[in-house]
Design a protein around this ligand. Structure first.
Ligand SMILES: [Cu+2]
Length: 178
């Protein structure tokens, strides 16, 4: 009976976790910021803006592709402003410049990271005042797979600036650090 008592104790102790484990479908959209479409997974989408009343900002996330062919992201739209695909390029003098991209390709069975200092979604003409509780809906349009709606989580610009500085080993006082 000793063994049973232990099992009962464990069950009682972890019953909450058993239930939690039994309903992962309900929890995924809340806890893990992941969005899927036909073998494509977009994870950790977040938005960086500079101040509440910012008129521009940048979006970052990771796109993974489980398909045996590359997927092409050809368009991005947002309900809070104009969205574009951009890439930051640092020239020989160390000056960061942004280039508009027509599309971006995610390699077959691979992934693509949109991150500060690299490829990002550029938002301009932003029409809303940002706050952390509101949803920031963005639609990604893939060439063959169609469109995928994702929700970008607002992150403070301070954190991102720090990360950027750290990553590139140089500090600069530009307001747009992507
Ligand atoms: Cu940009």
């Amino acid at each position: 009976m000793k063994g049973c008592a232990i099992i009962y104790f464990l069950l009682k102790k972890y019953i909450f976790w058993f239930f939690l484990a039994a309903f992962p479908v309900c929890l995924i959209p809340v806890n893990a910021a992941e969005f899927e479409l036909k073998g494509i997974t977009v994870s950790n989408p977040h938005l960086v803006v500079f101040g509440k009343n910012a008129k521009s900002g940048a979006g970052y996330f990771v796109i993974s592709n489980k398909n045996s062919d590359p997927v092409i992201l050809k368009k991005v739209t947002a309900d809070f402003g104009k969205a574009m695909l951009h890439m930051t390029h640092v020239d020989k003098k160390g000056v960061a410049k942004m280039k508009h991209l027509e599309s971006i390709a995610v390699p077959a069975n691979g992934l693509l990271k949109l991150e500060p200092g690299g490829i990002h979604i550029m938002f301009v003409n932003i029409s809303i005042e940002f706050n952390e509780s509101s949803k920031h809906l963005v639609t990604l349009v893939f060439e063959e797979q169609g469109s995928l709606d994702i929700d970008l989580k607002l992150k403070s610009a301070k954190k991102s600036r720090k990360a950027h500085k750290h990553k590139h080993g140089h500090g600069h006082s530009q307001k747009h650090d992507h």
